[in-house]
Design a protein around this ligand. Structure first.
Ligand code: 26V
Length: 820
């Protein structure tokens, strides 16, 4: 029989209301009449956190008792987005909470809007890690996410005079109710100095690392609740602090102020997230960050392992550790060091455990993004690890010389050390040698990985290579972001789709149903109106929800080709200027995304978007048929209001450049049609939704390679296509720069001169394809049918499917159910 609910666990509206008031009083020291937005946000968050803690503790107990095989996701970045709404959803208390607050005259959405999200990542890679944490918990897989608790995450973006201006992120300003600091879970991390090789009393060779500096990592834990299950997993982020006893007592007798200054300096390790600007090599602090979080994480895994009482050589039976790109790859050498130097395993035993523990996910083929560390820097920061890397490499290359006795060039290519001065440590090679699996993030990407950057490794270990196409969580990106559509889906299909996205296929039968189509369009229109309202309130942009919302939202990068999109916008503008009465459907072209602060061309592209917007939006000849809007400060929160509002999703990267993309999946899952190239996961999305329901254009990856090899001359294309020439000339002539022909010169020169990303080669196909988009848009029944079929066939792109594949093919882990 249900007894009275406990204030800290009860889920009814009445109990939630009482708990909220309690927290408002006892945590914030406020009563409703004088509470601020922040007080209300904090009080509600603690109310929800209480309910999570209870499940969290039970999950930890269950894992302790059953000692299950556990996934450790090692990632330098996480972009979880706002926590509060997602946790309400996971706990199934959105409606009860709304009711509880209404009883107090408060609006849940206003409180949700107050949350500052943790921007602890750059983009797709960090967001993927967060989707994976959601799916691991929902699938009831024992998992820990390890990373860095950056005090400053990705910068905030402001637009001033059309230019991006970076301001510092302040996500911790009001405190963070979702984390629990664990001062007792902390580890020493040593760096620098030199090594001593000595023979111990048993005649064994031992290595002592006489380090130069010492830091401490302290755990900050955030609960990750599965949806509709009792499981609450752990995201454990490390903050760097000073190792006080060391600094204060041993080395700084009398130098109190100096010791405090050292302490402050220690904290810089986890101070700020690096934006992916340019190659990492040479950035000492970045290498320190990577080693710092990896060392804390592995020491933590060893501590947990010790509680199982199993022998160390079985470490890999307990843990499957995934390297999210090469950023955590120093883990290979660090685990070897811990097992051999600190725990006395012999090399072969340790190597066996290490290789079976790690697997590596590659997220990019861009040469400038492949991590390599200059040898002198590596030696200075991690002298012992360099010795270990050399030993791993020596053994590996000895094997390879047996296999390829007369191929020194191949041996040099395979080597973990790039021997061309100043010499580098190639992290992707270390990850490939030091793990048991290598995966790409979309079928095309995996193929290219095995035939280009890691071809030599594919030749020796074809079975190590796997594809794991990315996925996205339908909880955050459909249920939370698009409640109207989610309700419509549940009404049509029942609620099973939320945990089994393949069930969306049941929509196929409704694609032509006029009544269903009407409701579908209604749901879309509501999200478009909501976004329009947001933009009006924010930047004063007036846009028409009835127009076609054509959206490109992602980091600004030349390979993603926001400027190809702009060439189309300028082409439409020219057409309307020359034929003001042309019958073209109204379009609103929206852009969102941050440029890395050091990436001048990306910043110039932002300026061009805003410059074009300024001219186009004021031109009376456009008569509201063309609007251009830049949505500032694109982050997870903004993304959640953007995806549901899109009619058209721009996925137009140069084929072969985008590893996968995940925004492409989020748009399509929300009923946007895609205009895209055969790049990354677009290829598989198109196959899934059907070629008739996808606007394909442009060169494929092989054609792109051949085009470049054949001596590509963009200028010739410019001369030949009058519409292209007119668009480029308008930009070059200063039409969007108050007559200043110099402003966009670097961009235009690059397009006409080198055009590394083949915009001009794809321009005609893109513009013609956009004309087909406009034709389809004129026929609402046809468009809506295509949109419904897109959603119906997106089930495969759930991160639940991706995680289930990792569990089966790479991690060999199974669910461990936590009972209610
Ligand atoms: C890093 C760098 C560093 C130096 C210069 C330019 C540059 C450009 C990109 C990157 C990012 C590399 C890792 C990354 O975020 N990859 C993204 O991973 C997503 C999840 O797998 C995937 O969907 C995106 O296609 C891929 O770009």
């Amino acid at each position: 029989p249900p007894g009275p609910e406990h204030t800290r666990t009860g889920l009814s509206a009445e109990t939630l209301r009482q708990a909220f008031l309690d927290n408002l009083f006892y945590i914030q020291g406020r009563f409703p009449e004088i509470a601020t937005d922040d007080d209300r946000y904090q009080a509600l968050s603690y109310t929800v956190r209480d309910r999570l803690l209870h499940r969290w503790v039970r999950t930890i107990q269950a894992y302790k008792e059953r000692d299950p095989r556990t996934v450790c996701y090692l990632s330098a970045e996480y972009l979880p987005g706002p926590h509060l709404a997602n946790n309400l959803l996971s706990l199934g208390i959105v409606d009860a909470t709304r009711e509880a607050l209404r009883g107090l005259g408060l609006d849940l959405d206003a409180i949700l809007d107050h949350e500052e999200e943790p921007g602890l990542g750059n983009g797709g890679l960090g967001r993927l890690a967060a989707c994976f944490m959601d799916s691991l918990a929902t699938l009831e897989i024992p998992a820990i996410g390890y990373g860095i608790r950056y005090e400053y995450g990705i910068f905030d973006q402001k637009i001033q005079d059309g230019w991006q201006v970076e301001t510092s992120d302040t996500w911790l300003h009001y405190g963070n109710p979702w984390e629990v600091r664990r001062p007792g879970i902390c580890y020493d991390v040593r760096i620098g100095g030199r090594t001593e090789h000595v023979t111990d009393e048993h005649g064994r060779l031992r290595v002592h690392w006489r380090h130069a500096d010492l830091f401490r990592g302290v755990a900050y834990d955030t609960p990750v609740a599965g949806y509709g299950v009792e499981t609450v997993n752990l995201l454990r982020l490390w903050r760097a602090e000073a190792a006080e006893d060391f600094d204060f007592t041993v080395f700084n007798q009398g130098d109190y102020v100096g010791a405090v200054m050292r302490k402050v300096r220690s904290e810089t390790i986890s101070k700020v997230l690096y934006p992916n600007d340019e190659a990492d090599s040479g950035k000492r602090l970045r290498l320190l960050q990577q080693y710092f979080f990896v060392s804390c994480s592995l020491q933590d895994m060893l501590r947990i392992f010790a509680t199982t009482g199993r022998p160390l050589a079985e470490f890999h039976a307990k843990f499957a550790a995934q390297l999210n790109d090469t950023h955590p790859t120093i883990a290979v050498a660090e685990l070897m060091r811990l097992l051999v130097d600190e725990h006395g395993l012999d090399w072969d035993e340790a190597w066996q455990a290490t290789r079976h523990t790690f697997a590596y996910t590659n997220h990019t083929l861009l040469p400038e993004a492949l991590e390599k560390w200059p040898l002198p820097l590596f030696a200075d920061v991690l002298p012992r690890h360099l010795e270990i890397v050399y030993e791993i490499n020596r053994r590996f290359l000895d094997d390879m010389r047996l296999r390829y006795p007369d191929d020194p060039a191949r041996i040099a290519r395979l080597s973990i050390i790039d021997e061309t001065p100043p010499k580098y440590v190639r992290m992707a090679h270390l990850a490939s040698v030091g793990g048991h699996a290598i995966n790409g993030v979309a079928a095309l990407h995996t193929r290219l990985l095995g035939t280009t950057v890691l071809k030599d490794f594919h030749d020796i270990w074809p079975d190590k290579f796997q594809n794991k196409t990315n996925g996205v969580t339908p909880r955050r990106f459909l249920m939370l972001a698009n409640p109207g559509l989610a309700d419509l889906l549940t009404e049509a299909l029942g609620d099973g789709w939320t945990r089994d996205l393949e069930r969306l296929r049941g929509l196929e039968g409704l694609a032509d149903d006029p009544a269903f189509q009407d409701r579908w369009r209604q749901a879309k229109l509501i999200r478009k109106a909501a976004l329009a309202e947001r933009l009006r309130a924010g930047q004063g942009n007036a846009i028409d929800p009835a127009s076609l919302f054509d959206i490109q939202a992602k980091r600004i990068h030349e390979y993603k080709r926001q400027h190809l999109n702009l060439l189309h916008v300028v082409t439409l503008y020219n057409r309307l200027k020359h034929a003001p009465d042309a019958d073209v459907p109204a379009r609103t072209v929206l852009f969102g995304g941050k440029a890395a602060p050091g990436y001048a061309m990306a910043k110039l592209i932002i300026k061009l978007i805003n410059a074009v917007a300024e001219v186009v939006n004021r031109d009376p000849d456009m008569r509201d048929r063309l609007k251009v809007v830049f949505v500032p400060d694109y982050n997870v929160k903004v993304a959640q209001s953007v995806y549901p509002a899109a009619d058209l999703s721009e996925q137009i990267s140069t084929a072969g450049m985008e590893a996968s993309g995940t925004g492409n999946m989020k748009f399509s899952l929300n009923g946007a049609l895609t205009i895209g190239t055969l790049d990354g996961a677009n290829v598989e999305i198109r196959e899934a939704v059907g070629p008739d329901n996808f606007f394909l254009f442009g060169l494929d990856a092989d054609e792109a390679v051949r085009t470049r090899a054949a001596g590509y001359r963009p200028y010739a294309l410019y001369e030949r296509d009058p519409e292209l020439r007119a668009a480029v000339d308008l930009i070059a002539g200063g039409h969007f720069a108050h007559g200043d022909a110099g402003l966009f010169r670097p961009l235009v020169d690059h397009l006409l001169g080198r055009d590394d990303y083949l915009l001009l080669a794809d321009y005609r196909a893109y513009v013609d394809c956009q004309d087909r988009v406009a034709d389809a848009w004129r026929d609402p029944a046809r468009w809506t049918r295509m949109a419904i079929l897109n959603v119906a066939r997106m089930g495969r792109f759930s991160s639940d499917r991706a995680i289930a594949e990792y569990c089966r093919d790479i991690w060999n882990v199974a669910p461990a159910r936590v009972d209610g």
